[in-house]
Design a protein around this ligand. Structure first.
Ligand SMILES: *Cc1c(COP(=O)(O)O)cnc(C)c1O
Length: 428
């Protein structure tokens, strides 16, 4: 059975589990830190990376393994590594190929937490983040790179601006630099966009968002496209012998899967940013309806964006699925099935009016979250992007009156009714 030829919805439901005779039809939850072996020799071969079986849950677990294989299948990658959070996924993915003295080219419209990780913690580790506006032309982007640049990084849909990156430009720059393109695909999910089809080499997710979909389990995942040649002189850590693993060369031993094997065998072993099997079990269950949910999130979001667009109380609305969005062309090209559920808008009257609007909502909740089944709002300048200076806020397009709206899968009419009564209170 060639599961890679299945449609994405079938992969979401059926990937990657099939029970043996008389075994549980549903993915079993194996809450165990450890695994029994018959002989010392067999267990030793697992330690030598000769066998792909579980020996300790910090490194792998049967439930987590099924979830990892599902996401790798849906993204079209060669392997995946689940992590305890989205931030853990970003950290491990970058540190797997960047070290002191390296630099990375980073879109400045990324999630605030990632922005801070790049500009402070990685900086302290000696890795320089060269932040750039993702809408600049290719040549300008290329000119920012340095000889020590090891990576180009962006988000399919930025958090919170929901700006769409021009994959062609990003992948051209990465190819001309001969470094990988790493894409955070959290807001699009593989249902709406598959970055490997547009030149990405590594994909990461905060699974805490749409993949779980119900705001239950924190998590992250790294997917390896298996489509980058690491043997180009820039990535000795993947080619030269790893002394902490009896001199294994990841490229020589694991070929296309070198990146993801090293991430697990070396960084996950050393950092231990491992998800609980319970969390990967829940996230896997959430993923079974991902294709249905992303369709509804996108449909609802378009309806709400049009409603806000035509509402006299709304100062501005930015949703890439709106025809007058500057990103509409990129949506048609890279997100033809829908532009996901996140948008930003401001209420006429500035910061205070936006705050009054949020405080007046009855069904739609104010929460520090985004991308789950229930519609929610948040003010980025006072929350997710609070650590950024005013200048940084302006540079990455966050205005003080901005409301980030994450449209859920309720019925659009009821969300609009809540907005109507909140706008009415703002008028008083
Ligand atoms: C939330 C988020 C993260 C961080 O994920 P956590 O699971 O909260 O650690 C990273 N990238 C994007 C785009 C996000 O939205």
């Amino acid at each position: 059975m060639d599961k890679s030829s299945w449609k994405i919805g079938t992969q979401a439901v059926q990937g990657e589990y099939w029970p043996e005779n008389a075994k549980s039809r549903v993915v079993p939850l194996e809450m165990s830190t450890t695994y029994r072996y018959d002989t010392c020799e067999e267990l030793a071969s697992v330690f030598d990376l000769e066998q792909d079986t579980c020996m300790y849950t910090r490194l792998s677990n049967p439930t987590t393994d099924i979830f990892e294989k599902k996401i790798a299948l849906m993204e079209g990658g060669v392997g995946a590594l689940a992590t305890a959070s989205g931030m853990a996924a970003v950290s491990i993915a970058v540190l797997n190929i960047c070290k002191k003295g390296d630099s990375i080219l980073v879109s400045n419209t990324i999630y605030g937490g990632s922005y801070t990780l790049f500009t402070t913690t990685f900086k302290d580790l000696g890795i320089e983040a060269i932040m750039f506006d993702p809408d600049i032309p290719e040549e300008e982007m290329l000119s920012l790179a340095k000889p020590n640049t090891r990576l180009v990084y962006g988000e399919t849909l930025g958090n919170p601006l929901a700006n769409v990156i021009d994959f062609e430009k990003f992948s051209n720059v990465a190819k001309r630099l001969d470094v990988p393109l790493m894409i955070d695909n959290t807001f699009a999910t593989p249902v709406l966009c598959k970055p490997f089809e547009h030149g990405a080499n590594i994909v990461i997710h905060s699974t805490s968002k749409y993949l779980d979909g119900h705001a239950v389990a924190l998590g992250g995942i790294i997917v390896d496209g298996g489509n980058f040649n690491w043997n180009n002189g820039k990535f000795p850590e993947l080619v030269e012998p790893d002394e902490s693993y009896h001199g294994v060369s990841y490229v020589n031993k694991f070929g296309q899967s070198a990146f993801i094997v090293k991430a697990r065998a070396q960084l996950m072993r050393n950092f231990g940013m491992t998800p609980s099997p319970f969390n990967t079990w829940i996230t896997n269950l959430g993923c079974e309806t991902l294709h249905l949910r992303m369709k509804k999130h996108s449909e609802n979001a378009l309806k709400i964006a049009q409603y806000l667009h035509d509402n006299e109380m709304c100062a501005w609305v930015k949703y890439p699925g709106l025809e007058d969005s500057q990103y509409y062309g990129l949506v048609k090209k890279y997100l033809p099935l829908g532009a996901s559920g996140v948008m930003t808008f401001g209420v006429k009257g500035g910061r205070d009016a936006s705050r009054k609007f949020i405080n007046s909502l009855q069904m739609v909740a104010l929460v520090t979250h985004v991308a789950d089944s229930r519609t929610c709002v948040l003010q980025p300048a006072s929350t997710t992007h609070r650590q950024l200076s005013d200048a940084e806020l302006v540079a990455c397009g966050i205005s003080p009156d901005m409301i980030r709206l994450s449209v859920g899968i309720e019925e659009a009419e009821d969300i609009i009714a809540d907005f109507e009564q909140a706008f009415a209170k703002c008028r008083q």
